[in-house]
Design a protein around this ligand. Structure first.
Ligand code: SF4
Length: 450
């Protein structure tokens, strides 16, 4: 008789960093013999890898835990693990509202996950464990943890863990600790292994990735790291996210312009177009400095796409200050923007600020900003019609058969007709249409068209 295989279900909320952390969690569980399950109902271990950066995923996690409670009542042997930022920030709330959770694992504790799961399987201690104290883990850079990556075109590679910036609205420094750069040789080795495994694109990750190296006693910065990764044979595209404007040097702009495989795309969160609001957010740049940076990036890097994050309704943001944000957006004309309403997050400085903007007003401001950005993004994409761009094909279009989708070097989504699977190929595509979501095109040589 064959032994029943143990199965895991890992659900991810939040940013790319979390998506990549889930690959580590799945890798750790794979080494314990778990195989992926399609649904939590079929799993022996369910992991919710959580995000605390915004209010919505926070609420979704508790609603998902409500569903898992019913499952756990039917199958008490099933392990439920909450990992990620919420595990670090609101562990007490999780224990109170979801006492049936077996393990609570903060984002810097994945090395201990295997041991904890094994102990629970063996009938170890009752009740959820505590996340580790922040101070104990300040310098830990986890190396050598297993990862389970689905075969594909692009892979995430962590360059810097944590963040030391303490923007007034953000939980990340509390959840993930201060910046800890990985050694360059560890990063390059990982990129080489990815190239050997057939990946074509890597994205270097960090909450503040362009501060790479500042926390180490090595004479290296992020531009130097890009040059090292650029030399890895087989990797044709290099991306990175997220960059803090205050740490975006001229040397980095030159590296993006000059290094053949580094894509011409900068994600530079602006957050607000008003200096007083930026000051209270603790962003450490002015609008003027940001505008000079954008102008310089456009001068130095031919065809660069610039994307951003914006927050509306930060505490005390007046209607006039919000108008400054609209004016800044019109001046800059971002290729894409991720726009959010401010919400209090547990323990952050802004949560204690007075003059909170009422919810309906935040909603109105968000709608105006989204409307403006959609108009500008669509116009920018339409203006690309007729250009021939290089597309790295990621796979079939999810909405229509007979079409493939991929990304330009500027990270724009392109959908085009195609009769064969060109996944992982670089294809020249002539752009035929521009939309808010991206571009449509035709293969330039017609070979792949139906
Ligand atoms: S730079 Fe600011 S917003 Fe970004 S992760 Fe760090 S504290 Fe949060």
């Amino acid at each position: 008789m064959t032994e029943k295989r143990q199965r895991m279900f890992v659900h991810t909320y939040g940013c790319q960093m979390n998506v990549h952390d889930s690959e580590t969690i799945a890798g750790v569980l794979s080494e314990l013999g778990y195989e992926p399950a399609e649904r939590p109902e079929d799993a022996d271990v369910v992991v919710l890898n959580t995000c605390s950066v915004r209010d919505k995923p926070h609420r979704k996690v508790f609603s998902r835990l409500g569903e898992l409670r019913r499952l756990k009542e039917r199958r008490p042997e099933m392990l439920i693990v909450v990992s990620g930022c919420m595990a670090q920030i609101v562990s007490d709330e999780i224990k109170k509202r979801a006492p049936f959770v077996d393990l609570i694992v903060g984002p810097r504790e994945y090395a201990a996950l295997a041991e904890a799961v094994r102990a629970r399987q063996d009938g170890g201690e009752e009740g959820p464990s505590r996340p580790a104290e922040l101070l104990d883990l300040h310098r830990i850079v986890p190396e050598g943890l297993p990862e389970r990556r689905d075969a594909g075109v692009g892979a995430w590679v962590t360059a810097v863990y944590g963040c030391s910036n303490f923007c007034a609205y953000c939980v990340v420094p509390y959840a993930r600790g201060p910046e800890r750069s990985r050694l360059p040789e560890d990063i390059v080795d990982e990129v080489r292994r990815l190239a050997d495994a057939g990946f074509i694109e890597v994205t270097l990750l960090g909450q503040n990735v362009n501060a790479y190296g500042a926390d180490m006693d090595l004479d290296i910065d992020f531009a130097d790291l890009l040059a090292l990764v650029n030399d890895v044979a087989g990797i044709e595209r290099i991306r990175f996210t997220t960059s803090h404007p205050k740490d975006c040097s001229e040397k980095l702009l030159r590296a993006v312009a000059d290094l053949e495989n580094v894509c011409e795309h900068l994600h530079l969160p602006l957050q607000s177009g008003d200096d007083e609001v930026l000051g209270r957010m603790n962003r450490r740049y002015t609008l003027g400095e940001y505008l000079r940076l954008i102008d310089r990036a456009r001068e130095v890097i031919s065809g660069v796409a610039i994307t951003t994050d914006m927050i509306v309704g930060f505490p005390g943001e007046t209607p006039e200050q919000f108008e400054h944000t609209l004016q800044a957006m019109e001046r800059i004309r971002f290729d894409q923007a991720f726009m959010f309403k401010y919400n209090d997050r547990p323990g952050v400085a802004a949560a204690n600020m007075s003059d909170k903007v009422p919810e309906p007003e935040k909603q109105r401001r968000l709608e105006r900003l989204v409307g403006l950005q959609n108009e500008m993004g669509r116009a920018k994409n339409r203006a690309l019609a007729g250009q021939c761009v290089e597309v790295l094909v990621e796979g079939p279009d999810k909405r229509r058969t007979g079409r493939m989708q991929g990304r330009t070097r500027a990270n724009k989504l392109v959908v085009f007709p195609c009769r064969t699977s060109l996944k992982g190929s670089l294809v020249d595509v002539t752009i035929t249409g521009g939309y808010v979501w991206g571009l449509t095109g035709e293969p330039a040589d017609g070979a792949a068209a139906p």
